[in-house]
Every structure is written in C-alpha cells, then in structure tokens.
Design a protein. Structure first.
Length: 186
C-alpha cells in the first residue's frame, strides 16, 4: 500500500471506530448500514459530492454546511452525521470512501459475515449466487455476502476474492497461462 493510501486508511479507521462504537452502543447498526449504502450510492452518482469532499479550495465552513445539509436531506443517523461534520471541520472528508469501506467491514465482522467480490462474464442468477454463497460459506466458515460485477473480458468462468484469497477460474487467465507456457516451449 502506498504511503498516502495507508495514511487515508488510518484516518478513516479512527473515525470509523468511533462511529461504529457509538452506533453499536445505541443498537443502531442496521440504520448505519442503510445510511452507508445510501451514502456510497450518492458518492457514485454525484460528481458534485466528490468535488465537495476532495477539493482543497472549498473552505471548512462551506464543507461543514454542505455536509450537514446533505446529512439532513439523506436523514443520516446522528452518529454518522456528527462524524461527517467533525471530518469536515478537520478537513478529513477526502477519506469518506475509505470510511464507508471500513464501517461496512466492521458491520460485517460484527454480523459474522464476509464479503466476496465476484466477477463473472455474465450476470449471476439468484440461484447461482445462492449456490456460490453456500459453497463459499462451507469453505470460509462465515456467512458470505456476494458483491457481484460483470466483466465480459474474462470470457467465461469466475474470479472470486474473499479477503486476501483469490480464486481465478476465468477463461482469460487460462488463455494467458497457456500463452505463457507456449512462449517457454518455443
């Protein structure tokens, strides 16, 4: 991990821990999870929000006022809203994507879940997704939440990432392996 990325992760981890602990004490982790999904969706959809959190030109006061208005409009829970306001005050909103990822990880750990990032050439059906989750649960020993994406470039098969482990059964990787083997022979 590069130095700036690890610094951002460290900053996000401190805020995430505080927000998580407060939410857990008040038994509102489900509400926090919903808020995080909404916030992540907004970050993905809004160039203005991304500009707000990353621009050094926008003042602390303007960032704070904007994030407070966004929090009110999105009906964010107080712990998350206060955390975001504090981040704006300290010019730390640029770590919002890492904060969301950290909080999602903490909630999943608390629920005994693990997330599997699955890439397939075609969208998985509900039955395929359920069967894969069941198979991964038997392997990992925890409930598995599937985060599926489609990449037609892998031609067929799956790429599954669970934690630090990766299983690549894609046709693209097999063709690359075959190509490398052919180069060694000739």
């Amino acid at each position: 991990m590069s130095e700036p990325a690890s610094i951002s992760s460290g900053i996000a981890a401190r805020y995430a821990t505080a927000i998580f602990e407060i939410s857990k004490e008040s038994k509102s982790l489900a509400k926090l999870e919903t808020n995080l999904t909404d916030l992540a969706q907004s970050l993905g959809d809004s160039a203005d929000l991304n500009e707000l959190i990353s621009s050094p030109v926008i003042s602390r006061g303007d960032q704070g006022a904007a994030i407070a208005a966004i929090g009110k409009k999105m009906k964010l829970m107080p712990a998350l809203q206060n955390g975001l306001s504090l981040m704006a005050e300290n010019r730390r909103l640029f770590v919002l994507p890492q904060l969301i990822a950290q909080l999602r990880g903490m909630i999943a750990d608390d629920k005994g879940e693990v997330t599997a990032d699955v890439t397939s050439a075609k969208a998985l059906t509900k039955a395929q997704s359920d069967k894969l989750a069941k198979t991964l649960k038997a392997r990992v020993g925890k409930d598995v939440k599937i985060n599926a994406t489609v990449d037609e470039g892998i031609i067929g098969g799956l790429i599954v990432k669970v934690g630090s482990k990766m299983i690549d059964t894609s046709i693209r990787s097999r063709l690359n392996s075959l190509q490398n083997a052919m180069k060694e022979v000739g």
